[in-house]
Design a protein around this ligand. Structure first.
Ligand code: HSE
Length: 437
């Protein structure tokens, strides 16, 4: 029989344990599909004694991932430790430099060092596969890297963080508070060790940086991304969105504009009838707008042990088949630097919620400031004071919700700064961008 692919796995958290279980359960099918068996022969983790619900007895144990990465008993190094620094970075570099292919789920490592690691893989003629780093089980890396090689992509956007989508869905459907929903997401194991990373949008930004590189042939550059999280989203915004025919989602968007490539992560209003608005809970979704074809949307489980292991396993299978694809879909020498489109130049519709002082002239004053920036309104709703939060009502303020036609970010910022100076509102305005879909 053809020689098995011998795999070493560093990191035995929920994904590592699920991977070991899936390789055992799918052994016959994998052998048939790849033409050779896949054997996990060695593992590395912090604690040897911990019960992970999988049988590790026959596997060689390593305490040091770098040692495992260079060990001659393995052909492929699977990195599931996470983190952009060591030991993951050195272990992956060492494996690639020693001519071993690498499969990783580590978005942080790739967002920071992706181009250098891809160069190293290229030099050694080995694979660097990372399907699990974006959207877990959704085959989005493969879709962009291989399936759409012949297409010119204009925009890619998606729900890339299960924790945020879970929180927004629960807040909307169950009328629960942000804090309650976050606690539940943590209990279910969706959130990162530091949940601020999820809810402030950085997890989405790391994933978006990889997708943008694959879609536009640019060097991965997380610093080119404008990032806003969901912690300012209030129940009042979700209720207003619902009434106006929208849902609020944390989206990562990368789009070609005349100014360059705009990359942004922020809470976004999407039309309720759009595909992306139907995506609920921990599910992720990515839509690709490519020239000449209708948009493609991929939807699937974006977090959790089994979903992530499924993508890791498909990457391992590619290595077993002898496939080596450029990590970012083209030779690293032809990746270009990102020409970043400034966020101030962003054009689109806006949802604006203000707590307006309930006295004559307020509406006229707000309308004047918007008109000065040539902002045209699609709708304006002033709530009855009893619909507003009681504390604000007590201060004599009423909620006013504005939806603008497409306008510039710069104009919105300038208009709201002027409204603030006019002292006709209390508190900070809430602004949510509207994405056309
Ligand atoms: N914390 C991430 C999420 C896990 O919620 O989507 C997968 O990257």
């Amino acid at each position: 029989m053809t020689k098995p692919l011998r795999v070493g796995v560093a990191g035995l958290g929920t994904v590592g344990a699920a991977l070991i279980a899936q390789v055992a359960a799918q052994r016959a099918q994998l052998t048939a599909r790849c033409g050779r068996p896949i054997d996990i022969v060695a593992v590395c983790a912090r604690s040897k004694g911990k019960n992970r619900g999988v049988d590790l007895k026959k596997l060689k144990w390593f305490a040091d991932p770098v040692e495992l990465a260079g060990d001659p008993s393995i052909d492929l190094f699977v990195e599931l430790m996470g983190g952009s620094g060591d030991p993951a970075k050195t272990a992956v570099e060492f494996a690639l430099a020693s001519g071993k292919s690498v499969v990783t789920a580590n978005k942080a490592l790739l967002a920071k060092h992706g181009v250098k690691l891809a160069q190293l893989a290229e030099k050694s003629g080995v694979a660097l596969n990372y399907e699990a780093a974006v959207g877990a089980a959704i085959p989005i890396v493969k879709t962009l890297r291989e399936g759409l090689t012949g297409n010119s992509i204009d925009r890619i956007y998606g729900i890339l963080n299960g924790t945020c989508n879970y929180i927004l869905t629960r807040m909307e459907q169950e009328k629960l508070s942000f804090a309650e929903c976050l606690k539940q997401a943590q209990e279910l194991g969706y959130a990162e060790a530091n949940p601020a990373f999820d809810i402030e949008g950085h997890d989405t930004a790391q994933k978006l940086s990889l997708l943008a590189s694959l879609a536009f042939g640019t060097k991965v550059d997380q610093s080119a991304i404008y990032v806003e999280g969901i912690s300012s989203i209030a129940a009042a915004d979700l209720a207003a969105a619902d009434e106006l025919g929208y849902r609020v989602k944390l989206l990562g968007v990368a789009v070609k504009t005349p100014q360059g490539i705009e990359q942004r992560v922020h809470p976004t209003m999407v039309r309720k009838e759009s595909s992306i608005a139907q995506v609920m809970g921990v599910t992720n979704a990515v839509t690709i707008d490519a020239k000449g074809i209708n948009p493609i949307t991929l939807i699937g489980p974006g977090a959790g042990g089994a979903a992530t292991a499924s993508a890791v396993l498909s990457d391992i299978a590619d290595v077993a088949r002898g496939q080596v694809t450029s990590p970012f879909g083209r030779p690293t020498g032809s990746l270009t630097s990102v020409r970043k489109a400034p966020m101030q130049r962003h054009e689109g519709g806006y949802y604006i919620r203000l707590m307006a002082r309930d006295k004559p002239g307020t509406a006229a004053s707000i309308a004047t400031r918007l008109a000065e920036q040539e902002i045209s309104l699609e709708s304006i709703v002033q709530r009855h004071p009893k619909d507003g939060p009681s504390a604000d009502t007590a201060k004599g303020s009423v909620p006013v919700i504005l939806i603008t036609y497409a306008t510039s970010e710069d104009g919105v910022r300038k208009a709201l700064a002027a409204v603030g100076r006019d002292k006709v509102i209390s508190g900070r305005p809430q602004v949510i961008r509207i994405e056309k879909n």
